[in-house]
Design a protein around this ligand. Structure first.
Ligand code: DC
Length: 207
């Protein structure tokens, strides 16, 4: 069974994907990490984020096992990832890695922006996770503060709005709910409530 979760930044899709993967004993891929790692490789090499040739080389050079999540989760890296993710050739370079992860015989849980629309259009379960920008900014500010980053709410809200705008309006694989996705608004839900709702969606659609 393939479970595809898509949604905007800090909607809760990553946490839900991890929990669903644990529950069903499936492998999980947070595809945002691929774009974050691509951006980080470019930044470490002193390259520009919009240098298409270098960005594609960086994307092709990634190995899933090498990710240092701690380094990739910061505020700056989310914004940088959104910039490289708008380059169609970078998305193409990361396509096979995601597809082969999803085609494991036991299935998989993937979360991102284009899983239900582009990477796994045949997924049995597609959930589009949303929450209001204010709720997402609150969650992201708390998460960054827990990581020790100095943040203020207004800046985080501004980041979220900017990222929504870029991710939703790029030409290649914009953030979009698949036609057959079930919408899940987590604005008024805590983690347990959101997990229960996601599980109900999966059970309802499980073949
Ligand atoms: O989910 P995240 O915040 O870690 O993602 C970081 C950026 O990567 C996001 O702003 C857009 C991009 N991304 C994407 O374009 N497609 C995906 N499947 C996952 C992430």
């Amino acid at each position: 069974m393939i479970i595809a979760l898509d949604g905007p930044a800090a909607s809760g899709k990553g946490t839900l994907a991890r929990r669903l993967a644990q529950h069903f004993g499936l492998p999980h891929l947070d595809t945002g990490l691929l774009y974050r790692a691509t951006a980080r490789a470019l930044m470490e090499a002193g390259e520009r984020l919009d240098d298409e040739r270098r960005a594609v080389e960086a994307a092709r050079g990634l190995a899933l096992m090498d990710f240092d999540e701690e380094q990739l989760r910061g505020r700056e890296m989310g914004e940088a990832a959104s910039v490289v993710a708008a380059i169609p050739a970078v998305r193409a370079a990361l396509f096979d890695m995601q597809r082969s992860f999803a085609s494991r015989p036991e299935g998989a849980v993937l979360d991102g922006r284009d899983i239900g629309t582009v990477i796994c259009p045949d997924a049995k379960v597609k959930i589009f996770v949303t929450a209001s920008p204010e709720t997402r900014a609150n969650r992201r500010a708390l998460e960054l503060a827990r990581r020790g980053e100095k943040v203020n709410y207004a800046d985080v809200l501004e980041d979220i709005r900017k990222r929504d705008e870029r991710d939703s309006h790029r030409s290649s694989a914009p953030l979009l709910a698949a036609k057959d996705a079930v919408m899940l608004d987590t604005s008024a839900l805590d983690i347990e409530g959101a997990f229960a709702a996601a599980l109900a969606i999966v059970m309802g659609k499980k073949p």
